[in-house]
Write a protein that binds this ligand. Structure first.
Ligand code: NAP
Ligand code: G4F
Length: 325
């Protein structure tokens, strides 16, 4: 039975990846950091099938010990300070967590067992002020946030350790991927939850920032499949994973609200506090390499994604109103 260690198992992607690996009969070890309350909401349904290990990306020894104790065949490094807006307010923490910790993990692998296969969660935020449309594996990086800068470091140190120490280390350059398990601060979930709250009469308005930003949005459940596929290749490599389509925040609002019989123009207000010091205006990827080499394709359309998220939030709020959660 293969064994995988997932950092960030309590996050959106960690929860979908754990599910996908358990279905493939993996032993799944989830690394969790200490917090004052247990935070297993996204993995509650599979919690009993996961073995947990304490560790923090900021603490090198905890990474080495986790690998020594559990002897994984594969490590998926999904943990990060992942919210772009926060990276402007906490740039040093973001650099420590999202950038330098990748080196901590790679060194832990190099020291304990260099045969372990490694996946790094790179990001389309690295393309930032895009040099070309669409973006592929050869597109130059021009990050526009401390988060984007940190991900560029994590990406290149993964390439460097692959080339220097012959590690099986791959990076997935994933474009935005969403789900009903997305954090409430990210714009898609903020909209689906906001629209559901308005529909149920709990709120009247939803405050957002730049409605003209465009993103290539896909479904997280599809994207974790690509992570696994990368580590099954004979040779490590880097792959863009995306839908190949782009839509504005405004379009997301339009679809989400109209699915509930509402007009977003009656409820969405633009608030300067949600604008960023530097914005990524447009992202749209080209996943032809992943299609050709991994045989990976997205399966969820933009409309299906928006509908899935809105309906999940309506159901969630209805359960709460009935006192069931
Ligand atoms: P997420 O929901 O924000 O999850 C982040 C995870 O990292 C959480 O489990 C969090 O643990 C953990 N974490 C944060 N700091 C840590 C630390 N110091 N030590 C150990 N664990 C720590 O993120 P996601 O959306 O699943 O994204 C997964 C990865 O993909 C991230 O690296 C993200 O930057 C990257 N990425 C995401 C997207 C996307 O669209 N979702 C696109 C490209 C790349 P707690 O639960 O304890 O906070
Ligand atoms: O949902 P977002 O916060 O995601 P962002 O910044 O694109 O980052 C996400 O995707 C990256 C991949 O490209 C990941 F690496 C990263 O970890 C994260 O998962 O914002 C999307 C867009 C931005 O242009 C933002 O300015 O939506 C715009 N926006 C407009 N109003 C808003 C809001 N974003 C947020 N979070 N909140 C708003 O009220």
């Amino acid at each position: 039975m293969p064994k995988a260690l997932i950092t960030g198992v309590t996050g959106q992607d960690g929860s979908y990846l754990a599910e996908a690996l358990l279905k493939r009969n993996y032993e799944v070890v989830g690394m969790v950091r200490r917090s004052s309350t247990v935070n297993y909401e996204r993995i509650a349904h599979i919690q009993d099938s996961i073995e947990f290990v304490n560790g923090d990306l900021l603490d090198q020894i905890s990474l080495i010990d986790a690998i020594k104790l559990h002897e994984p065949d594969e490590i998926y490094n999904l943990a990060a300070q992942s919210f772009v807006q926060t990276s402007f307010g906490q740039p040093v923490l973001t650099g420590e967590t999202t950038a330098l910790s990748v080196t901590r993990m790679l060194d832990a692998i190099r020291i304990v067992n260099p045969k372990i296969r490694f996946y790094q969660a790179s990001s389309s935020e690295m393309f930032g002020k895009v040099a070309e449309v669409p973006q592929n594996e050869a597109t130059p990086f021009y990050p526009r946030s401390p988060y984007g800068v940190a991900k560029v470091y994590g990406h290149w140190i993964t390439v460097n350790y692959r080339e220097s120490y012959n590690l099986h280390a791959s990076s997935g350059i994933l474009f935005n991927h969403e789900s009903p398990r997305r954090g409430l601060e990210f714009v898609t979930r903020k909209i689906s939850y906001g629209a559901a709250s308005i529909k149920l009469g709990l709120e009247e308005k939803l405050s957002l920032g730049n409605l003209d930003a465009k993103r290539d949005w896909g479904f997280a459940g599809d994207y974790v499949e690509a992570m696994w596929m990368m580590l099954q290749q004979e040779n490590p490599d880097d792959f863009v994973i995306c839908s190949g389509m782009t839509h504005s925040v405004r379009e997301f609002c339009d679809l989400a609200f109209s699915h509930l019989g509402l007009n977003y123009k009656d409820h969405v207000v633009v608030d300067e506090q949600f604008f960023r010091p530097a914005e990524v205006d447009l992202l749209v990827g080209d996943y032809s390499k992943a299609q050709k080499v991994l045989d990976w394709n997205p399966t969820t359309t933009f409309k299906d994604l928006v509908t899935m998220m809105v309906e999940a939030d309506v159901a969630l709020l209805q359960r709460r109103l009935k006192g069931l959660t």
